[in-house]
Design a protein around this ligand. Structure first.
Ligand SMILES: Cc1cc2nc3c(=O)[nH]c(=O)nc-3n(C[C@H](O)[C@H](O)[C@H](O)COP(=O)(O)O)c2cc1C
Length: 218
């Protein structure tokens, strides 16, 4: 029997379009290093759209276990000073200690990308049902949503961390509360060029449960 042709307003067409759109968006996103992220970054309205997208992440018991700290343009010198202080502290016992090149490199990172956010993970208030790993998953999902939304709006972005971000000095300067942990920067801007890196295939990640056996080989 010949199948009926699809009606023009077949709702399945819309679903197929959406699937294609979502998979294309996800499959075409790639990170672009902060030093290659140029102006313009998202405007105030677009930035809120990105954060709204981040807020759609799965969140066990609705704890909202993350926040984003925006580093304004006029705060870049202060951030450079902070990076310099963290580098000097970290390398104080090195032989030789931090030199002019180390300092210049660390300061330079404060001036990259038109939009710079710090992602913070919140462990408090404690909830016995939601361990830190689950909160971190929520933050990761939120950041992924944000990266995808940025990509959808035509921007490029990248997550970066580094030893300074994990230091006590940094946490104190950023005003992090007890139970808060700086995780990474989110740099957003416009990319002149970008290269998508190779990805693993689904088979690298997906396996069946075989009791006692190791997961898929890498
Ligand atoms: C929390 C976090 C921190 C990261 N920090 C760095 C970093 O400091 N330097 C770096 O080169 N990549 C870092 N990455 C990896 C990049 O953000 C990026 O995911 C990686 O280069 C792969 O590129 P892709 O997003 O195009 O797949 C980090 C990733 C995550 C999730």
């Amino acid at each position: 029997m010949t199948p009926e042709p699809d009606a023009p307003d077949d709702p399945d067409d819309g679903a197929a379009d959406l699937t294609r759109l979502v998979l294309t968006l996800i499959g075409s996103r790639h990170s672009v290093a902060p030093k290659r992220l140029l102006a313009p970054g998202p405007d105030a309205t677009q930035l809120l759209q990105l954060v709204d997208a981040a807020a759609c992440a799965p969140d066990h018991r609705g704890l909202r276990p993350w926040r984003l700290v925006r580093i304004a343009d006029h705060q870049r010198d202060a951030l450079a000073d902070l990076f310099e202080a963290c580098t000097r502290e970290r390398m104080a016992d090195d032989d030789p200690p931090a030199g002019a090149d180390d300092i210049a490199r660390s300061r330079d990172k404060a001036y990259r990308a038109p939009t710079l956010l710090l992602a913070v993970l919140k462990a408090e208030p404690a909830d016995p049902e939601v361990p830190l790993i689950e909160r971190a998953v929520t933050l990761g999902a939120a950041l992924m949503n944000l990266l995808l939304a940025a990509h959808g709006l035509g921007f490029a972005a990248m997550l970066t961390s580094g030893r300074a971000v994990r230091s006590a000095r940094f946490a104190q300067a950023m005003g992090l509360a007890t139970g808060e942990q700086a995780v990474c920067f989110v740099s957003i801007g416009t990319a002149a060029v970008g290269q998508r890196r190779g990805r693993g295939s689904a088979a690298d990640y997906l396996g069946d449960w075989c009791p006692g056996a190791a997961g898929p080989a890498r």
